[in-house]
Write a protein that binds this ligand. Sequence first.
Ligand code: NAD
Ligand code: ZN
Ligand code: ZN
Length: 394
Amino acid sequence: MAETQGKVITCKAAVAWGPKEPLVIQEICVDPPQKMEVRVKILYSSICHTDLGAWTGVNEAERAFPRILGHEAVGIVESVGEGVKDVKEGDYVIPTFNGECGECRVCTNGVSNLCERYKVDPMKRLMVNDGGTRFSTTTNKEGGSSQKQHVYHFLNTSTFTEYTVLDSACVVKIDPNAPLKQMSLLSCGVSTGVGAAWNTANVKEGTTTAVFGLGSVGLAVAEGARARGASRIIGIDANASKFEKGKLMGVTDFVNPKDLTKPVHERIRELMSGGVDYSFECTGNVDVLREAFLSTQAGWGSTVLVGIYPTPKTLPLHPMELFDGRTITGSIFGGFKPKSQLPNFAQQCMKGVVKLEPFITNELPFEKINDAFQLLRDGKSLRCLLQISKFLKK
Ligand code: NAD
Ligand code: ZN
Ligand code: ZN
């Protein structure tokens, strides 16, 4: 906006000061965007399990405080830095934690979405341009005044703030007529799940699928498999309350590990006469990954790993088990190249190929962000949408 362009903006943000400490809504300063950066006014942000992981600080190496978390959002461009050509002030955009520079060896080949410069990096906390932050505060966590201190970025995005600064590689322009609240889901959870089914596994019509973990990511996998015409979709979750939602996303059978006296893979092999064609691990638990791997059909079964593993534990497989012909692969952001492919995916969602409404189970004002975290921790929400900034359109 003309009146703020080139100036520091003072606004509200939810700052994480330490592992598991309630986020503090406080004033921060947001610097103008530098070369190839974009400053975005965040309208809505939802919460993903990866935010919870960073907040709890399970992986000590990834800890960085004070920090602004959040990576699933939709916003409007406030101003752009030198050299930014593909978005301009007033454009509706979604931030993406896995960027696309469009120029590196990876971006210019069709195989992978892991851009050499801007791919997701949970360790990254500073901007590429100058190794600095664009956020600072002179308010401490008790609300008193303090020396100016920098506030770290998170996952190329940081969306729990009224204004954020992103590398332009991590900003995707969307149709201004798109339903904005739902577009927030494309920033991570739904794109990750649907893309894992479409791009990584390439689920075929008439095949069978098992989805481990029925949060938003797992249910988006189910929705993607349903849209591709999978004949059976087995949902596995230790929280039976997820099964109702699962039915809406095409889940045909449910397995609760708590109800079994045998390993889950044995139950799935019984149900599916040998195993499923595809399995997806969406809980972030390595033991579940083993069950997912063993649930597929010997000879051609394919397992896609989507969950994030903050523990130092390694893959629980014996190499000989790979001789049974099962394969295993990982999927980041559903294999989508964000700038080249998300606008088209958003159009498909708007046409109803993928249903977005059921994923937003709760809406809260920004000030209630700690309640929204608690809902996700308790398994009581899929996505809780926070209204971050007030705005007039729509
Ligand atoms: P969520 O917390 O909403 O859902 C996780 C689900 O798994 C819950 O329903 C929970 O009950 C279930 N669960 C947990 N442990 C289980 C167990 N042992 N057995 C059976 N069910 C179990 O989380 P989400 O937001 O859907 O995210 C899911 C995972 O995907 C997280 O690990 C997240 O960090 C990861 N993720 C990965 C990417 C990527 O690009 N690869 C992107 C987004 C999220
Ligand atoms: Zn996420
Ligand atoms: Zn690149």
